[in-house]
Design a protein around this ligand. Structure first.
Ligand code: C2E
Ligand code: CA
Ligand code: CA
Length: 445
């Protein structure tokens, strides 16, 4: 039998090439191969759209540990074969970067959403030696620019991929310039938040709450504002981020302390100005302070807050804590047990944004709360819906006061008055004000 041998120098060259560019497990290209070859594709000037996809598996490490590395390795081989088969009709390059991470470039005029959707649907089950394994692919997609640098294009596909890690409602994610901008903005804010707190860039503003019976300011809501150099950053631009990175715990404590000091000062001043004497039953103005649900997983927040009030020497009936219903259950602690403990320690509690989350009217009987804040979305529809009336009546049955939020018109005020709502808050009366402005506002009412 005749055998053909590669000349030694050619053999050597080939194995060096394999070592450098081929993934020994799947026999696909590796990272270096992909960068080189996909860059060539991006340099083609043929007007056919080119997409980079990054694909890996949710919790592959856990799967590997659970079933063993041998199964893990075979699963990766099967996955590589399946991806190759699914894309066989497209001009593509598939490579494995590491572990379970695959990169793909596809050149096609077809709809990439359909291709990605098809990949996802067909990769949910992988067979290895007669066993079927359920897996969950995470797919990030980026439509590359002509002649774009491949490293930048990969990075964008990775950004799209990273955005949906842990999100089981999404099959794949296509890169979008805006989300990238959001991420950059968030990083910038994270870099400066600690310093901003030290430099007192966060200011507490107070929005008046008016009692409908007396038309007097009886309370205010403390709302944080971030002034940086000459710019004003809106709470909606940083509160959700601070809830994610838990900086909100520090910021809320700061706001709490400041609001306690301010409301004590406000009351002393108003008393000197005889604000309370000529009106019957109000003896002091209260401040309601937002407490993020992130505190609930943090054991000592109630005691910490109590210590602060002791140090500031402020009576607890001058303050109210606003909590949101979305925090119904956290780490096995129910909102009912949290409100019970807060109440036992002497805090007044207000349930914020009522009606927007998980709460129901029947929940009220389990919660020891003093005030219910009816969300603005209900106030907006007050002319056409009876919900607000039901909420107010139900709250009365439980001896809970009602505050209507986001009241903007005289008609809304009158309707609320007829329905028996206790207190209103909104632009119709005033926007949130600085400490000085708030004191002036009270003196005028
Ligand atoms: P929220 O607690 O529901 O506060 C009410 C928001 O509605 C405030 O926005 C307020 O300025 C606005 N608002 C009041 N009246 C009206 C009105 O008549 N019309 C309209 N369109 N809006 C009105 P702001 O100050 O931008 O705060 C937004 C959210 O940020 C707050 O919603 C609250 O969830 C959060 N937040 C603000 N300060 C703090 C804080 O110190 N700690 C925590 N944890 N969250 C805070
Ligand atoms: Ca609030
Ligand atoms: Ca609210």
């Amino acid at each position: 039998m005749k055998r053909f041998y590669l000349p030694f120098n050619k053999l050597k060259k080939k194995s060096l090439y394999n070592l450098a560019y081929i993934d020994p497990i799947t026999e696909l290209g590796n990272y270096y191969y992909f960068c080189q070859e996909a860059q060539e594709v991006l340099l083609k000037d043929n007007n056919i759209p080119k997409y980079i996809l990054i694909l890996d598996l949710e919790k592959f490490r856990a799967l590997n540990q659970y079933y063993g590395h041998d199964v893990g390795r075979k699963l990766i081989i099967e996955l590589a074969k399946k991806i190759t088969n699914l894309l066989v009709n497209y001009n593509n390059i598939i490579s494995r970067f590491a572990n379970d991470i695959f990169a793909i470039i596809i050149e096609t005029n077809d709809n990439i959403n359909i291709i990605a959707d098809n990949l996802f649907n067909n990769l949910r089950h992988i067979n290895v030696e007669n066993e079927t394994y359920n897996i969950y692919p995470i797919i990030g997609v980026y439509k590359a620019q002509n002649s774009e640098n491949i490293l930048i294009a990969i990075d964008k596909a990775l950004t799209a991929h990273d955005e949906i890690i842990g999100d089981y409602n999404t099959k794949f994610n296509v890169y979008n310039e805006n989300t990238e901008k959001e991420i950059i903005k968030e990083h910038k804010l994270e870099e400066i938040m600690e310093e901003a707190l030290k430099n007192e860039e966060f200011k507490v503003y107070y929005q008046p709450k008016i009692e409908l019976k007396t038309n007097k300011v009886v309370s205010c809501e403390a709302l944080v504002r971030w002034f940086r150099n000459d710019t004003f950053i809106q709470p909606n631009d940083f509160i959700p981020l601070f809830e994610k990175n838990r900086f909100i715990i520090k910021l809320d404590k700061y706001v709490f302390k400041k609001a306690c000091q301010d409301i004590k000062y406000i009351n002393n001043l108003l008393r000197e100005n005889n604000y309370f004497t000529n009106k019957s039953d109000i003896q002091y103005i209260t401040a309601s302070i937002n407490v993020s649900k992130e505190h609930f997983s943090y054991d000592n927040f109630i005691d910490d807050y109590l210590n602060m009030t002791n140090k500031i020497n402020i009576p607890l009936n001058m303050i109210e804590l606003e909590i949101t219903e979305s925090a119904s259950v956290f780490k096995g602690i129910s909102l009912a047990s949290i409100t019970r403990e807060m109440k036992q320690k002497g805090f007044n509690i207000s349930l914020d944004d009522f009606g927007t989350g998980y709460s129901s009217l029947s929940m009220l009987q389990d919660l020891t709360i003093d005030v219910l804040k009816i969300d603005k979305s209900f106030i907006d529809k007050i002319g056409t819906s009876n919900i607000v009336r039901y909420i107010i009546n139900m709250a009365k049955d439980f001896n809970i006061k009602t505050v209507a939020e986001g009241v903007e018109t005289k008609e809304q005020v009158e309707t609320l008055r007829n329905m028996g709502c206790d207190i209103v808050q909104g632009y119709y009366y005033s926007k949130p004000l600085s400490l000085e402005e708030f004191i002036n506002f009270c003196n005028k009412t």
